[in-house]
Design a protein around this ligand. Structure first.
Ligand code: 5CA
Ligand code: ZN
Length: 403
């Protein structure tokens, strides 16, 4: 955990957009705020889309801390899943070697981007005993049935199913089919029912559990890890907007049926999609800009982070070389201002930055406020007598940008 500077005073209560209600509402954490963010599937790390998502939730973490909360942050890594096995077959490598290598690279990239690490970083593989137990519990409640030797969760057993994404049945079915689901498999009771345990296939890894020889479905993995480490009713469930349906809808439904409690999370928060070459950056399409590639070209990670922060987290946007160029210029401006022996009183700027971030993470306005201060500082030639160092501490603590 890198040190986070303490700032004078205290940040405001964080308000965030909640996908379920479609409104910006206050988060209401206890002393310890609880957040689960869906982690990577480690077969190719870390592109700018990933970076945008994890920097977004890093801001949530930082704004809560600035408001005086401790933060219990949990993230998974989907270290067993179809795309990883497909990549292993394509490249002739062992799936575990790919997962280990890409997970290590992801962690290195996150460190370079000054993303505060989760308190619990949990793999799908290490969670298999727990997943198996939850599937048994769902079975005992009659919410699981077999199709051949695979096990499915009956999504309609959760009265709230569908309330997160707010899609009609036809759209749910289409999106489910596009994002790893199998709406057309014969023998399912409802096309939207999702796999919770897949029996062993030839030449695929499998584990022995009470459910037989096989491996877990995707959604139950995140439900299990969140329940084990945070419990029900945690503050924020996060990820990119491509996870709203089916992933977050399904995980919440499973957890709600398992425990008989609602809600799984108080806020469902989703970052926009980063595009490149006209399409959402995705491993499956292969249109990627990697954090590590830019780092190896000698690009300062603080500039990469600033390029991401220039976009509000809920907008979809395209990565461009011009965006990075603008971020490098901003970094230079801020560094020059921070090096002056003194500058204008920072208190009004700190207040503006805190207000912008607390209001659904309006980063573009926070950056504007810091630009204004920097230009004023450079304009006055550093002759004012405010505390030097506070500007750099503010930028580091609240935005994670190290000058
Ligand atoms: N392992 C699952 C979640 S349990 C998964 O979705 N992995 S992932 O590697 O595909 O994506 C990791 C995170 O990055 C997810 O939150 C996803 O929503 C986000 N993400 C993926 N592509 C983009 C993109 N182009 N723009 C913004 N965020 C993205
Ligand atoms: Zn997940």
């Amino acid at each position: 955990m890198p040190p986070v500077p303490d700032l004078p005073g205290r940040g405001e209560q964080l308000r965030l957009h909640d996908t379920r209600t479609g409104t910006v509402r206050p988060t209401e954490p206890g002393e310890t705020a609880r957040m689960y963010v869906c982690g990577i599937t480690p077969y190719d790390a870390t592109h700018m889309g990933h970076a945008f998502t994890y920097v977004t939730f890093d801001l949530v973490n930082r704004v809560w801390r600035d408001a005086g909360h401790d933060v219990h942050y949990v993230q998974n890594v989907t270290d067993i899943d179809d795309p990883l096995l497909e990549r292993a077959v394509e490249t002739g490598q062992d799936w575990r070697a790919i997962a280990d290598r890409e997970t290590a690279l992801f962690r290195e990239d996150m460190e370079a981007l000054n993303v505060l690490p989760p308190r619990d970083y949990i793999g799908a593989v290490e969670s298999i005993p727990s997943v198996a137990q939850y599937v048994e519990d769902l079975q005992a409640k009659g919410a699981v049935y077999a199709v051949d030797s695979d096990l499915y969760f009956a999504v309609r057993d959760d009265a709230d199913f569908g309330s997160l994404a707010g899609m009609d049945a036809e759209e749910m079915s289409r999106v489910f089919g596009e994002r790893g689901g199998d709406p057309d498999r014969p023998g399912k009771r409802d096309p939207l029912d999702c796999l919770v345990w897949q029996s062993a296939r030839p030449d695929e890894p499998a584990w022995n559990t009470e459910l037989g020889h096989g491996r877990p479905g995707w959604h139950i993995e995140c439900a299990a890890i969140a329940l084990d480490h945070l419990g029900m009713g945690f503050d924020v469930q996060g990820g990119g907007s491509d996870l709203v349906f089916p992933h977050h809808e399904m995980s919440a439904a499973e957890a709600q049926v398992l425990t008989g409690e609602t809600p799984f999370a108080h806020h469902y928060v989703h970052s926009g999609m980063v595009a490149w070459q006209g399409h959402k950056m995705s491993k499956s399409r292969g249109n990627l800009v990697f954090v590590s590639e830019l780092r190896h070209q000698g690009i300062d990670s603080a500039a990469i982070r600033l390029a991401l922060l220039a976009h509000h987290y809920r907008s979809d946007w395209a990565w461009t070389p011009q965006g990075l160029e603008g971020a490098l210029q901003r970094l230079t401006l801020w560094r020059q201002a921070a090096e002056l022996p003194a500058g204008p009183d920072l208190a009004p700027t700190l207040q503006r930055v805190r207000a912008a971030l607390a209001d659904d993470l309006r980063t573009p306005e926070a950056l504007d406020a810091l630009d204004d201060w920097s230009m004023a500082a450079l304009g006055s030639g550093g002759s004012d007598d405010a505390a030097p160092g506070l500007f750099g501490q503010t930028v580091d603590a609240l935005l994670g940008v190290r000058l």
